[in-house]
Design a protein around this ligand. Structure first.
Ligand SMILES: NC(=O)c1ccc[n+]([C@@H]2O[C@H](COP(=O)([O-])OP(=O)(O)OC[C@H]3O[C@@H](n4cnc5c(N)ncnc54)[C@H](OP(=O)(O)O)[C@@H]3O)[C@@H](O)[C@H]2O)c1
Length: 318
């Protein structure tokens, strides 16, 4: 079959032939239609993600949209290596498939999967957002952050506060549902002050950045306890675009009562992911979710691989 093939962590995948997959027990063959190029897929193909394959060559693609032998169109994730989603055929484990509503096209459905994991699954499966609560999205200008704003609003959030480093992009986030924005390129003092004001009403932080801005949010939480039994701030760590490590003082946790947790493949069950994404695709079909996509034929994978436009998701089509 034709596929994108990773032969080295140092080079983009090539469009080449690869042996066709054979589905084992509990799995089915998928005729592929679309697969998105997320940061996870880039990291796996570059050998820098903790889930990168250990053997070469392999087909990249953590998730995608395709048709099952019974004709159903599904989104699926986690095909067993070496068979990724960026090929004419892939393999879906039955328990990791989500049936797709007709009204969501292939490219949109494929593009939504990974940011949906970062937003819908984080809000439902980890933060357990309640209607009426407020959410701070740290790093809201990316594809996942934009979905987080929309997801929080659709799940009944009272207020959504979005952060980013580009003023003009932050302004556009209001159209997606952001009630307030915080610019990250201000002095530390001003930034911590802005976070301190925000945290008086925020219940959940979704963090796609980590690094210095996370330190500023946590510094702002110092002393925000719950003397009257107020709900704690649930801080959900999802991405680390601006740094892998932070410095965290012990007294900050003790005085704030902030509850820290991660959200990702290791901290959500497959069932929780499927449940959250089912809800997301229902919302996409009924009320609509905005996501900017660029569809590219899989045959152009090698030249297109390194191309990125902030806030837009590239999707390879087969
Ligand atoms: N744990 C999970 O389940 C899960 C799932 C999906 C994604 N993720 C992770 O979540 C993160 C975001 O994913 P994504 O798909 O939204 O990525 P993306 O579309 O590539 O967006 C990243 C955004 O971060 C902004 N950015 C880059 N460096 C920054 C900095 N130093 N300070 C502030 N903003 C900065 C970029 O904006 P500008 O360059 O325009 O400023 C861009 O808008 C990634 O780390 C990804 O791996 C985690």
């Amino acid at each position: 079959m034709n596929a994108a093939v990773v032969e080295s962590f140092d080079r983009p995948p090539r469009y080449a032939t690869f042996r066709a997959p054979v589905a084992g027990e509990g799995a089915v063959l998928v005729r592929m239609r679309a697969a998105a190029l997320s940061n996870l897929v880039k990291g796996q193909a570059a050998g820098s993600h903790y889930s990168s394959a250990s053997e070469m060559p392999f087909v990249p693609g953590f998730d995608g949209v395709g048709t099952l032998p019974d004709g159903r169109r599904v989104y699926f994730f986690g095909p067993p290596a070496p068979f990724g989603a960026m090929a004419e055929w892939s393999i879906a484990v039955a328990s990791r498939t989500v049936p797709l509503p007709d009204y969501v096209d292939d490219a949109t459905a494929a593009a939504l999967g990974n940011p949906g994991l970062a937003s819908w699954a984080a809000l439902l499966g980890r933060a357990r957002l309640q209607a009426g609560e407020s959410v701070l999205v740290n790093g809201a200008t990316g594809v996942a952050g934009q979905q987080a704003i929309q997801a929080a609003k659709q799940l009944g959030a009272h207020r959504v506060i979005a952060t980013g480093r580009e003023q003009d992009v932050l302004e556009k986030l209001r159209a997606l549902g952001a009630d307030e924005t915080i610019w990250l390129r201000q002095s530390d003092e001003a930034l911590v002050d802005a976070f301190r004001r925000a945290l008086t009403s925020v219940d959940v932080v979704l963090d796609y950045l980590w690094g210095h801005s996370a330190e500023c949010i946590l510094a702002a939480a110092k002393g925000r306890g719950s003397p009257q039994g107020e709900r704690r701030v649930r801080y959900v760590q999802i991405g680390s675009i601006s740094g892998d490590a932070i410095s965290l003082k012990a007294d900050l946790l003790r005085s704030s009562g902030v509850e820290m947790m991660g959200s990702g493949l290791g901290s959500l069950s497959a069932a929780a992911i499927v449940q959250a994404l089912t809800e997301m695709y229902d919302a996409a079909a009924s009320t609509g979710l905005k996501i900017e996509t660029e569809a590219v034929p899989l045959s152009e994978v090698e030249s297109a691989w390194g191309r990125t436009v902030s806030g837009r998701r590239m999707v390879f089509t087969m």
